[in-house]
Structures are given as C-alpha cells and as structure tokens.
Design a protein around this ligand. Sequence first.
Ligand SMILES: Cc1cc2nc3c(=O)[nH]c(=O)nc-3n(C[C@H](O)[C@H](O)[C@H](O)COP(=O)(O)O)c2cc1C
Length: 157
Amino acid sequence: MKTLVIFYSRTGTTKKIAENISKKLKCDIEEIFDCENRVGVKGYIKSGKQATLKKLTKLKDTNKDPSIYDLVIIGTPIWAWNMCCPIRTYITKNKEHLRKVAFFCTMGGSGANRTFKCMEKLCNKKSVACLKLKTKDVINNNYSEKVKEFTEKLKII
Ligand SMILES: Cc1cc2nc3c(=O)[nH]c(=O)nc-3n(C[C@H](O)[C@H](O)[C@H](O)COP(=O)(O)O)c2cc1C
C-alpha cells in the first residue's frame, strides 16, 4: 500500500511524530508550510483566532500528489480545539484526492476528539485510525507505544 504522511508543525512537536510514523511505515512524508508569520506570541494569538474562525491560509506549493496514495496520514497540532489553519486548507484543497485517511495530532491537553470529528467531516470520510499525543509526552520521548499501536493498525487496513 502506498502511504503518505502529510503534516504541519509550528514548533516541531507534530513534526517529530510525523517523522517517526514515516520511518516506521517506510513511507513518503511531506511537511506543509504556509505564508503567514506565526512566530512568537503574536503568531500564537493570530493562529488561535484564525483556527477558531475556521480560516484558510495560503500554502506554499507541495511536491507530493495525494491522489497517487492509497492512504494519506494527516498530522496537525491542536489550535483552539481545532485543526490548524494550514491543515484545514490542505484538506479543503485536496479532499477529492484522498482515498483513505488516518489522523494524528499533538496538543497541550485537549481538543483531539472534536478535531478528528471535524477532520472527518471536512474530508467527507471516516478515518481508519487516529492517534493523539500530548506535547509533554512527545518532548519526553514517551510516545513509542502509542505510535507503534497506530502504525500497526495502518499496516493491516
Ligand atoms: C494557536 C494555538 C492554539 C492552541 N490551542 C490548543 C488547544 O486548544 N488545546 C491543546 O491541547 N493545545 C493547544 N495548543 C498547543 C499545541 O497544540 C501543542 O503545543 C502542539 O503540540 C504544538 O505542535 P507543533 O509543535 O507541531 O506546532 C495550541 C497551540 C497554539 C499555537
């Protein structure tokens, strides 16, 4: 099965998990970048507001074509109990080209279940598996078991 991991990460937490998943599944990976400056406190506040308002953003060009993959695994940090704006934009632009989807997120503490439901609705598809991790567990390298469980599920779909 051809699999792509696609993710956005503002401060590297979601990126660490995306890289781990792609390594475990030996699959392609692509990081999404947008054109907004999201650095620092100003960037944090702006991003939170935009996520609450379900705003789209302007993405930099991506290289991988999701339509050639059987499974696209989408990773987002939780922003204000929502998916982040770059991932909302990516799904909105590409939903017609997604065959199967799985989701993962990193977060301070809450908002994952609500976000996964919103992502399913936006994709118009049920996810085959979901993984939620807390930022502190990612920083402390306390995520291997959960990532393993997630990737094992994906190997047998
Ligand atoms: C704008 C903004 C809003 C956030 N809102 C939430 C939230 O609602 N719930 C939560 O648990 N964490 C929230 N967080 C924390 C991030 O989800 C968390 O730190 C995440 O691991 C960051 O991932 P990254 O390093 O890949 O950007 C928020 C972070 C930002 C920047």
